[in-house]
Design a protein around this ligand. Structure first.
Ligand code: FE2
Ligand code: FE2
Length: 384
C-alpha cells in the first residue's frame, strides 16, 4: 500500500534512500509521494492560500459591540430588520460548523497532497473562528442561543440548505466510499462543489448582502465588521475550492464528461432555488433597498460568477449585480488595505488559474484543460 493512500490502515514506512520528486505529487489518489513531506512544493498556489489565510488572523472578540447593543435595545430597528438579522444569525451559526466538519471528516482524508492539506487545516481553524463569531454576537446582544443555534432544525428555509449540504458529507462518509474509481472521484467533486462553490460561494451571499445593508445605514457596525472579516476569509476559501476542483479535474479529465457537467449544473440550479427561498423567508416584506426579486437576480448573478470559474459558463446570463454597492463596499475595504494579503488579486487567477499552479509545476498533463477559460479573469469586485 502506498504511504499516501487515504485508507484507514497504517501506512508502510517509506524508502528513506529515495527522495520525493514533487512532480509525482497528486491532489487525490497519490501513489508515489509521502503525504507527510510538505517540501518541495508542487502546488505553489495551495501554499500561497495557506500564507494568505495566516496573514488574516482575527478573532471576533477584537470587535467592539457596544454600539450594536445600544441599537438592538433601542427602537431603531424595525421588526422586519430584526427578523432578517435573526434568520441570518441562525443560518450562519451552524453553517460554519457544517463547513468545518466537512473539511475535517470528509475532504481531508481524501486529499493526498500535503500543501493542500496545510491549507485545509488553516481553513478548518477559520471555520471554528467563524462559529465562535456567532456565539459572540448572540452573547453580546443577549439573544436566545437556543433559538439561534436551533434554527437549522426549526426553520425550514435554513434546514433545506443545510440538508442539501449534509447529504453531500454523508456520501463521503459512507464506509464504502473511495476516490479510486471515476464514480468516486465524481462524488468527491460533487462534495467540493457543494461546499466551496455552493455553500461558501452562493448560500452565504444573500446573507452577506442583507447584513451589509445595515452598514449602509450605519446600523449594527460590530456585526457588519465581523461579517467583513468573514467575507475576507470566505473569498479565499472559495478561491481555494475552485483551484482544488479544477486541479482534480485536470488530473482526472476522464471524469469531466458532458453528462457530469450537466449534473453539476442541475445541482447548482437546485441550490439557487433553495437560496432564493431562503431570501424570501428572511424578507417576507421588503426592507429599504432590498426585495425578493432583487435577490432572485442576485443569486443567479453570483451563481454565474461561480460556474464560470469551474468552466461551466453563465447559464443564467445575469451580467450585472442588483446590489452594485456590495462591490463598492468591498472595493473600499481593499483601498483601505483591508485585503492587504492580495486576497482577491493574487496568483491563482492571474498566473496559475484553476489549480494549475506556477509553470514549473505543471508542465505535465494538467496544463491544458482550463487554461483558456474565462475563469482566469473571474475574480475581484465581480465576486460580490
Ligand atoms: Fe466560514
Ligand atoms: Fe469558509
Amino acid at each position: 500500500m502506498s504511504c499516501c493512500n487515504a485508507g484507514g490502515t497504517r501506512p508502510e514506512a517509506h524508502d528513506l534512500t529515495k527522495r520525493i520528486d514533487p512532480k509525482d505529487k497528486r491532489l487525490i489518489n497519490c501513489k508515489a509521494v509521502d503525504v507527510n513531506q510538505l517540501m518541495p512544493l508542487k502546488y505553489h498556489w495551495a501554499w500561497e492560500f495557506y500564507l494568505n489565510g495566516c496573514a488574516n488572523n482575527w478573532l471576533p472578540t477584537e470587535v467592539a459591540m457596544q454600539k450594536d447593543i445600544e441599537i438592538w435595545k433601542s427602537n431603531r430597528l424595525s421588526a422586519n430588520e430584526r427578523h432578517m438579522l435573526m434568520r441570518n444569525l441562525g443560518f450562519f451559526s451552524t453553517a460554519e460548523s457544517l463547513v468545518g466538519n466537512n473539511i475535517v471528516l470528509a475532504i481531508f482524508k481524501h486529499v493526498t497532497n500535503p500543501e493542500a492539506r496545510q491549507y485545509l487545516l488553516r481553513q478548518a481553524f477559520e471555520e471554528a473562528v467563524h462559529t465562535h463569531t456567532f456565539h459572540y454576537i448572540v452573547e453580546s446582544l443577549g439573544l436566545d442561543e437556543r433559538e439561534v443555534f436551533n434554527m437549522y432544525h426549526e426553520i425550514n428555509s435554513i434546514h433545506e440548505k443545510d440538508d442539501f449540504e449534509m447529504k453531500l458529507t454523508q456520501d463521503i462518509l459512507d464506509p464504502n466510499f473511495s476516490t479510486s474509481t471515476d464514480e468516486g472521484i465524481r462524488k468527491f467533486i460533487k462534495n467540493l462543489v457543494g461546499f466551496y462553490v455552493i455553500m461558501e460561494g452562493i448560500f452565504f451571499y444573500s446573507g452577506f448582502v442583507m447584513i451589509l445593508s445595515f452598514k449602509r445605514r450605519n446600523l449594527m457596525p460590530g456585526v457588519c465588521e465581523q461579517f467583513e472579516y468573514i467575507i475576507r476569509d470566505e473569498t479565499i476559501h472559495l478561491s481555494f475550492g475552485v483551484e482544488l476542483i479544477n486541479g482534480i479535474i485536470s488530473e482526472n479529465p476522464q471524469v469531466w464528461t458532458k453528462e457530469f457537467q450537466n449534473e453539476i449544473l442541475e445541482m447548482v440550479n437546485q441550490a439557487v432555488e433553495l437560496e432564493i427561498a431562503y431570501a424570501q423567508d428572511c424578507l417576507p416584506v421588503g426592507i429599504i433597498g432590498l426585495n425578493v426579486g432583487m435577490f432572485r437576480e442576485y443569486v443567479q448573478y453570483v451563481a454565474d460568477r461561480r460556474l464560470t470559474r469551474i468552466g461551466l459558463g453563465t447559464p443564467y446570463g445575469i451580467n450585472e449585480s442588483p446590489f452594485p454597492w456590495m462591490s463598492a463596499i468591498m472595493d473600499l475595504k481593499k483601498e483601505k488595505n483591508f485585503f492587504e494579503s492580495r486576497v482577491t488579486e493574487y496568483q491563482p487567477m492571474n498566473s496559475s488559474s484553476l489549480g494549475l499552479g506556477t509553470k514549473n509545476e505543471t508542465e505535465d498533463e494538467s496544463d491544458t484543460l482550463f487554461s483558456n477559460t474565462s475563469a482566469q479573469k473571474e475574480i475581484g469586485s465581480s465576486d460580490w
